[in-house]
Design a protein around this ligand. Structure first.
Ligand code: CAA
Length: 262
């Protein structure tokens, strides 16, 4: 088995349990062209299928996580072609990945870059990170979930302001409004920090981490009663796993659990 070669991303294993995907179009500030997103889909699907991997980190460069969809690639596109090919539809494949995904964001996360980060499960930001949906300046609107996910994260008023004016949000503002889970300290690498968090997640039982991700994501789709019912069913189902027996026995025996992901 040899790993596939990619043109726009670099895939590495900083730890055996963590797949790190680094967007690598530095000259275009990691603008997300169609091929790049197909590569993200292929690399995340491969990590999802790899039993040794417990979590995935997606990052860009110091200067840009990603400056958006590739404007040069789409500027001459016509409606019929965009509609018939369901333009950007393939981006949502990322949301079907079962393992937790952490976005490690430095620099610009704009347009599709912000939307890519928001499709991940956790966003960690460096102090230089900025988030925004500047599509209005291009005569369009966000097209990969920006109007929906930003609004769920920030509420209506601030999302409207950002989407209608194109103003970017600083890392501190993003953290204070809950768009990112935290901003790492100046001088700390956001990628190293994300890999640490990913490795910590990977040490837990994989059935439970996937169930947790599924349940949290269900809160965006279901009403409270249905969401709680879904959570409870998953919780009950976890009593059929070896990891539940191991986790609870280890607690009672005052030792560290060793999960086997079964
Ligand atoms: N698409 C294609 N190329 C891009 C790009 C993008 N989204 N963003 C930057 N680039 C390219 C620039 O064209 C430039 O290339 P050249 O050297 O060949 O001219 C190179 O990257 C460096 O960019 P700048 O010289 O502009 O760098 P800067 O530091 O002066 O500015 C920036 C940085 C503010 C991020 C600026 O590049 C910018 O505004 N980029 C566009 C941001 C944007 O509008 N994003 C939304 C895209 S639409 C979208 O994403 C739709 C959706 O919802 C999915």
């Amino acid at each position: 088995f040899s790993s596939p070669s990619y043109n726009n991303i670099i895939v590495s294993q900083p730890k055996p349990s963590v797949t790190l995907i680094t967007l690598n179009r530095p000259k275009a500030l990691n603008a997300l062209n169609s091929e790049l997103f197909h590569e993200i889909n292929a690399a995340t699907a491969a990590a999802d299928d790899d039993a040794a991997v417990g979590a995935i980190v997606i990052t860009g460069s110091e200067k840009a996580f990603a400056a958006g969809a590739d404007i040069k690639e789409m500027k001459d596109k016509e409606f019929a072609a965009a509609y018939k090919s369901n333009f950007l539809g393939h981006w949502t494949k990322l949301t079907t990945i079962r393992k937790p995904i952490i976005a490690a964001v430095s620099g610009h996360a704009l347009g599709g870059g912000c939307e890519l980060a928001m499709m991940c499960d956790i966003i960690l930001a460096s102090p230089t990170a900025t988030f925004g949906q500047p599509e209005i300046n291009l005569g369009v609107i966000p097209g990969a979930g920006g109007t929906q996910r930003l609004t769920k994260a920030l509420g209506k008023s601030l999302s409207m302001e950002l989407i209608l004016t194109g103003r970017p949000l600083s890392a501190t503002e993003a953290a204070s409004h809950g768009l990112v889970s935290r901003v790492v300290d100046e001088g700390t690498s956001v990628v190293d920090e994300a890999v640490k968090v990913a490795d910590k997640i990977a040490q837990k039982g994989a059935v439970a981490t996937q169930a947790a991700k599924e349940a949290v994501n269900a809160s965006f789709e279901l009403n409270l009663q249905e969401g709680n019912r879904f959570e409870r069913r998953l919780f009950q189902a976890l009593f059929a796993t070896k990891d539940q027996k191991e986790g609870m026995s280890a607690f009672a025996e005052k030792r560290k659990p060793t999960f086997t992901n079964e």
